[in-house]
Design a protein around this ligand. Structure first.
Ligand SMILES: Cc1ncc(COP(=O)(O)O)c(C=O)c1O
Length: 386
């Protein structure tokens, strides 16, 4: 039964396979026994293998063991979970925070609570799969607006059924495009239509804003009707997701959010490492500075060689190739040069927009970025991509 589906995926060049990485996440990794330069990680600040995070996790294992033993509401709410949430609330300048075992579980648990079954959700067309799945789970009416198109959203709003709660959903940094939403305009519309605006800042947490608080800080649009979701799994280098808000809102989630209530608490070592990540982000701002310098170096190099890029404003630098087989060929060609950049194809991105999603980290050296640019140029030209 699934054989036919697999054959079709292979025919369309959409079949995906796992690569085994035999070293810690970082600029240089071992792939198939070959030392490879990685430009495909969300570990933007290099924290996944940071000595202080590892120490914090090891200490928590000694004190609290490897598993929480139960869900948070039963007996799994260990001290590291509690301390992490206090640190997250302080870091994001909100009253309270709640963590989940993943960013995916955060969206699944939060959106049905924000939307209400009689509500109407307006989501950006490029929203992440976890947001779309959560919208479906909520059973609210879902309307999709063109990517970052406030005029389209406004025209959909004028046709909406009246007197139904409204939720807008966007991403802080779009995960496959690297571009940012028009957050000030969305915030203004949310106020005008008395809507809640949810910003999934999975890729903005630790990366965007003068102090790394995220895209809401970047735009300076903090307000009571904007809800900030973030992850511990990308720039923070660990695993998990979080939601922030007032104490009442967090108490409401603790009582109603199904992916929070009916799931074992994350390992205490993860919480301890994530709390240390927040500390490191604040104490080592030079990591964010290096990330942005590397981003500029890579971006200018890609533009100079004539790559077709998205309107990216972040360390996510997608080269649009369109054809999935060409994207695959380019990725394989780069691997032969010791550069790892996977081809991103449908359904992760819309049909006809296959791409190489290049991401940089603070820990890349100038020489490593130079080597990647040289290989991209050689492989891209040999395939007549630019
Ligand atoms: C925008 C966005 N939201 C949510 C998630 C899910 O986060 P996690 O990987 O922590 O489950 C991702 C991860 O890919 C993402 O890119």
């Amino acid at each position: 039964m699934w054989e036919t589906d697999l054959q079709k995926l292979a025919r369309d060049h959409h079949l995906r396979e796992l690569s085994v990485m035999a070293s810690p996440s970082g600029p240089l990794m071992s792939v198939k026994g070959q030392s490879t330069l990685l430009f495909a990680s969300n570990n933007y600040l290099g924290l996944a293998n940071h000595p202080l995070l590892k120490q914090a996790a090891q200490k928590a294992i000694e004190q609290f063991g490897v598993g929480a033993g139960a869900s948070r509401l039963i007996s799994g709410n260990l001290l590291p979970h509690h301390d992490l949430e206090l640190a997250l609330a302080q870091f994001t300048h909100t009253e309270a925070a709640l963590t989940f075992s993943s960013g995916y579980a955060t969206n699944l648990g939060v959106i049905p609570r924000l939307a209400k079954t009689d509500g109407i959700i307006f989501a950006d067309r490029l929203c992440h799969a976890s947001l779309i799945d959560a919208c479906r789970l909520s059973r609210a009416t879902l309307r999709v607006f063109h990517h970052n198109d406030v005029d389209h959203l406004q025209s959909l709003l004028t046709k909406r059924p009246l007197k139904r709660p409204i939720l807008f959903i966007t991403e802080g940094v779009f995960s496959m495009n690297g571009d940012l939403p028009p957050l000030p305009e969305l915030a203004r519309l949310a106020e005008e239509f008395e809507a809640i605006l949810l910003v999934d800042d999975a890729h903005g947490t630790g990366v965007m804003g003068p102090t790394g608080r995220g895209t809401i800080e970047h735009f300076g649009v903090e307000s009571a009707n904007i809800h900030h979701m973030g992850t511990l799994s990308k720039a923070l280098g660990v695993s998990g997701g979080f939601m922030t808000g007032t104490k009442d809102f967090i108490a409401y989630l603790i009582n109603t959010s199904r992916s929070f209530i009916y799931s074992t608490a994350p390992p205490p070592a993860m919480a301890a490492a994530a709390q240390m990540a927040i500390q490191v982000i604040q104490q080592e701002p030079e990591r964010r500075a290096r990330l942005w310098q590397n981003r500029e170096l890579m971006y200018q190099g890609l533009i100079a060689m004539g790559c077709h890029m998205t309107k990216t404003e972040s360390p996510i630098l997608p080269i649009i190739v369109n054809d999935p087989s060409l994207a695959l060929e380019m990725s394989h060609g780069l691997q032969k040069h010791g550069i790892y950049i996977p081809a991103i194809r449908p359904p992760t991105v819309p049909k006809g927009t296959s791409r190489l999603r290049v991401t940089v980290m603070s820990e890349h050296s100038i020489e490593q970025i130079g080597a990647a640019l040289e290989a991209i140029q050689q492989v891209g030209q040999s395939l007549k991509i630019f």
